[in-house]
Design a protein around this ligand. Structure first.
Ligand code: FMN
Ligand code: SF4
Ligand code: SF4
Length: 425
C-alpha cells in the first residue's frame, strides 16, 4: 500500500483529494461528513466579511445522450452564511480532524485593512491555509471581486501581497480560466508572494435558452445572467491550464488542480501534469462524498501496480511530454486498421473519412463471406493517421492506430527552421 500523503506548499494532507470551495464545503456538518468519508482536505466555501444574497434558482446541467451533468453551470455566489458561524465551525472541524487540510477560501473587497482583518480572524480559527478566490465569474465580479481581480495581473499581485502581509499560513491564489493566458496571472500571484496557485475556477457560460418561453436556462423571474461552467466537460481546459503553469519556470510554485475531476484516473492525470493536490466539486454534487472511497482505492491500486511508493512521486511526471507544436516529430506516422471480426458495419468510419478526412476507407465486396456483402479496408497510402475514424467508431478496439516504421529520422518544425536559417536546406 502506497503512501498517499501529500505536502502541498507546506500544507499536509493524508491524501491528495480535496473538496473544492463550493456547496459541499458550505458548513461544518458537511465538511465533517466529508472527512468521515475519507477526503484529505477541504477548501471551505468562500468567506467574506458579510454574507451575500443568492438567487433561486442558480444551477443548470448539460445533458448529453441521457447522461446528466456532463457540464454544470451555476450563478451561485460565495458563502451566504455569517462569517462568525463559519469560523466557529472551522475551529470545531479542526479540533475533530486535526490531520486533515482545512483551507479557507476568501474573497474581500479591494480594501487592504479589510483583507488583514478577515485573514487574521480566519487564521485564529485554525485554518491550514488560505485560497484567494480570484475566479468567481458572476455576481462578485460585477462588484470588483473574483474574476474582476483574476483578469488583471496587477490586482492579483497586489491582493496576494495584502493576504501575505497578514497570513502566517500558506496562501494559494485561485485563478480564473476566463483569461487569454493563465500563466500571466499565475506569475503575478507568485510575484505577490503566493505559496501556490489553484485552477480552474468556472468558465463563463450561458447554458441554454428555453425554446417556448425564450427565457435563459436557468432564469430568475424571466431574466438570466452568465454563469460559471464546470464538470466533466471542462476537464481538458483545466488540464491544459495546469500543464501550462506546471511547465513555466516563472510560475514555479505548487499547483492544486481542479475542473472536471470525477474519478481517480482524472486525478492521476492532473497529478502527472503537475498538480500536487486535486480538488473536486461537480462530481460530489452529482454523486456524493462517497466517491472518494473509489478514488482512494483506485489511486492506491494504481501506485501499487506501477511500483510507485508515494503519491507525491506522480507529481509532474508527464509535464515534460507536453509542450509546443514546433517540438513534435513531423516524421511520426500512424495508419488506421480496421478489425473485420469486431466491425458491426455501421459505416460511421467510412462516412467520417469520406466527408471529413481523406477518403482512405474503401468498401470491399465480400465474395465468399456469408455474414455480410462487404467489409471496410483502410488504403494505407491515403490514410494520414488523423484518428477521426478511431474516434467515431462505436466499438472499442475495432479500429487501432498502428505506428508505421517509415525508416525516417525524427524531425521537428524547429529543426526545419534551424536548417533553413543555416542555409543548408
Ligand atoms: C455551485 C458552485 C458554487 C461554487 N462556489 C465557489 C466558491 O464559493 N468559491 C470558489 O472558489 N469556487 C466556487 N466554485 C468553483 C469550484 O470550486 C471549482 O473551481 C469548479 O467547480 C471546477 O471544479 P469541478 O469541475 O470539479 O466542479 C463553485 C462551483 C459550483 C458548481
Ligand atoms: S485515420 Fe483519418 S485518414 Fe486514416 S482512415 Fe481514419 S479517418 Fe481516414
Ligand atoms: S465505425 Fe467501427 S464498427 Fe462502424 S463500420 Fe467503422 S470500423 Fe466498423
Amino acid at each position: 500500500m502506497a503512501d498517499l500523503r501529500v505536502n502541498f506548499a507546506g500544507i499536509s494532507s493524508p491524501n491528495p483529494f480535496w473538496l473544492a470551495s463550493a456547496p459541499p464545503t458550505n458548513s461544518g456538518y458537511q465538511v465533517m461528513r466529508a472527512f468521515e468519508a475519507g477526503w484529505g482536505g477541504v477548501v471551505w466555501k468562500t468567506l467574506t466579511d458579510k454574507p451575500i444574497v443568492n438567487t433561486t434558482s442558480r444551477f443548470a446541467g448539460l445533458r448529453l445522450h441521457g447522461q446528466r451533468m456532463v457540464g454544470f453551470n451555476n450563478i451561485e455566489l460565495i458563502s451566504d452564511r455569517p462569517l462568525a458561524d463559519n469560523l466557529r465551525e472551522i475551529a470545531e472541524v479542526k479540533r475533530r480532524f486535526p490531520d486533515r487540510a482545512v483551507i479557507a477560501s476568501i474573497m474581500i473587497e479591494p480594501k487592504r485593512d479589510l483583507w488583514h482583518e478577515v485573514i487574521k480572524r480566519t487564521q485564529d480559527a485554525g485554518v491550514d491555509g488560505f485560497e484567494l478566490n480570484f475566479g468567481c465569474p458572476h455576481g462578485m465580479a460585477e462588484r470588483g471581486m473574483g474574476a474582476a481581480v483574476g483578469q488583471h495581473p496587477d490586482l492579483v499581485k497586489m491582493q496576494t501581497e495584502w493576504a501575505k502581509e497578514a497570513a502566517t499560513v500558506p496562501v494559494i491564489a485561485k485563478l480564473t480560466p476566463n483569461i487569454t493566458d493563465i500563466r500571466v496571472t499565475a506569475q503575478a500571484a507568485r510575484a505577490g508572494g503566493a505559496d501556490a496557485v489553484s485552477m480552474i475556477n468556472t468558465i463563463n457560460s450561458l447554458m441554454g435558452v428555453d425554446l417556448n418561453t425564450w427565457n435563459t436556462i436557468p432564469h430568475i423571474d424571466g431574466r438570466g445572467a452568465h454563469g460559471g461552467y464546470c464538470g466533466p466537460a471542462v476537464k481538458p481546459i483545466a488540464l491544459h491550464m495546469v500543464a501550462e503553469c506546471a511547465k513555466d519556470p516563472l510560475v514555479g510554485i505548487p499547483i492544486s488542480g481542479m475542473g472536471g475531476i470525477s474519478d481517480w484516473r482524472d486525478a492521476v492525470e492532473f497529478m502527472l501534469m503537475g498538480s500536487t493536490s486535486v480538488q473536486v466539486c461537480t462530481a460530489v454534487m452529482h454523486h456524493g462524498f462517497r466517491i472518494v472511497e473509489d478514488m482512494l482505492d483506485g489511486l492506491n491500486n494504481y501506485l501499487d501496480d506501477k511500483g510507485i511508493l508515494r503519491a507525491m512521486d506522480l507529481v509532474g511526471q508527464a509535464t515534460g511530454k507536453y509542450g509546443d507544436w514546433n517540438r513534435l516529430n513531423l516524421r511520426y506516422q500512424t495508419v488506421a486498421k480496421i478489425d473485420e471480426d469486431t466491425c458491426i458495419r455501421c459505416n460511421k468510419c467510412y462516412v467520417a473519412c469520406e466527408d471529413s478526412a481523406h477518403q482512405a476507407i474503401q468498401m470491399i465486396a465480400n465474395k465468399e463471406d456469408g455474414k455480410s456483402r462487404y467489409h471496410l479496408e483502410v488504403v494505407r497510402d491515403e490514410c494520414v493517421g488523423c484518428n477521426l475514424c478511431y474516434e467515431v467508431c462505436p466499438v472499442d478496439g475495432c479500429i487501432t492506430m498502428e505506428v508505421v516504421d517509415n525508416g525516417l529520422d525524427a524531425v521537428t518544425w524547429s529543426d526545419l527552421q534551424d536548417t533553413v536559417a543555416h542555409g543548408n536546406r
